[in-house]
Design a protein around this ligand. Sequence first.
Ligand SMILES: Nc1ncnc2c1ncn2[C@@H]1O[C@H](COP(=O)(O)OP(=O)(O)OP(=O)(O)O)[C@@H](O)[C@H]1O
Ligand SMILES: [Mg+2]
Length: 508
Amino acid sequence: MHDQLLRLDGISKSFPGVRALSDVHLDLRAGEVLALVGENGAGKSTLMKVLAGIHQQDTGTIHIDGQPVDIDGPKTAQSLGISIIHQEFSLMPDLTIAENIYIGREPHTGFGMLVDDRRLNRRAADLFERLGIDLDPRTKVGDLLVAQQQVVEIAKALSFDARVLIMDEPTAALTESETENLFRLIRDLRDQGTGVIYISHRLAELKEISDRITVLRDGEYIDTLQTGEADLRHVISLMVGRQISGEAGPTRSTSPEQPTVLEVSGLKRGSRIKDVSFDLKQGEILGFAGLMGAGRTEVARVICGADRADRGHILLRGRPVKIKTPTDAARLRIGYLSEDRKRLGLMLDQDVNFNILASSLSDYVNPFGLIRDKPGRLTSERYVESLKIKTPSIRQQTKALSGGNQQKVIIAKWLAKNCDILIFDEPTRGIDVGAKEEIYELLNLLADEGKSIIMISSELPEVLRMAHRIVVMCEGRVTGVLDGAEADQEMVMDYATRSGSHGGIATS
Ligand SMILES: Nc1ncnc2c1ncn2[C@@H]1O[C@H](COP(=O)(O)OP(=O)(O)OP(=O)(O)O)[C@@H](O)[C@H]1O
Ligand SMILES: [Mg+2]
């Protein structure tokens, strides 16, 4: 017999205009990993926030060890042994790693009220050693890469020695080797009797890490399956409520015979970009593949004016250009959808309409400097529809949208801006299977319209399927440019690991 650790019954929760959960059931055993899946907006995070004391359910009961509990706030959840890794980063950028982890629980000096920094940092260092994390606890969180921030979030949740550990998309920003490390940790915790609830849109992970899978759809409980017996295609059909192919579509043919719009040669910046040259044609989707640390995002940042190159040339339609700031890039109609969307992408207090139009406002201003409301509104409504952004209206505050739907808003924002060259950095991260298809379709449509697209992605099947050509990078250099129709997974991986001294996967 398994010990039932946690049990939720008949949980309902509404927000103004949205019924996020209705009559949801879930049970979790000690020593198991329960995957919780569903489309963007299905109610996964809301259910977990009820458990973590962030939201109170309208109806329904929660039992822990068979006893009814009333989780009236985050402190209560913590004292009941429930710990959560949030989908949205909740760290304070101005505090150090150690300060973030032990916020509100800092050790104090002998007599005074002062925080004992040495003990604080020691404690964090001990925790990191236990978890096999290689970070200096004294670093400011704001100076960390996205993946590193995610690692800190995870460490923080683990520092509570929880009985119930909730992970809401913990691997969204992690590399393969970091994910492996995390899985090892999860298995250790599970073996010690912790119950883990694991949310992810990377369905392949479920097979690897979970024991059972609970499916939600439109705020309702659908089913719970034994992972060992479950067919992923069946899980997907339960999630979306219909049959979808889920198969990667046909791969691309060779690049269209089109003029070159962008030519980058001999690019160098610090130690991250050593020597990068490539060209982009009109109407082309150019994939960028490589392992974490290969320098793909760094190249994108130079092209969009966020960073300056030390050396190298950029030709735009044959003319040399200097792109010193993001404003320069915008004037040249180059757009960049950053991988670090939480920090750079959205004004969460503003409504969906505002955010979609945010980077193209000048297109909607009349000669008197006033915003022409209607054309803008039509544009945002069009994108809400085509990307299937789940929101009661375009007037909804963006922070009320689910994580995946917020991502779609950022994508809509870049699509609404009329760029000729669009750089998408991990465009489908955190996005559910059905919505991924919609984004692929949109990218294809844009390319067919003559826009040129650079698509950086760590999901190889996606690059192989979408790209006309694939630029493979390794440690700051281009190691190969492959034809999208001929390339396969092994070829790309081969080029992605082609460097003299390569000893493993870089983690930063
Ligand atoms: N604070 C809020 N105010 C209003 N509506 C909300 C709020 N939080 C969530 N919602 C709505 O509740 C529904 C469920 O959202 P939830 O964040 O739980 O989805 P999710 O399954 O976690 O999706 P994703 O995979 O995109 O993270 C969505 O329609 C969302 O817009
Ligand atoms: Mg969510």
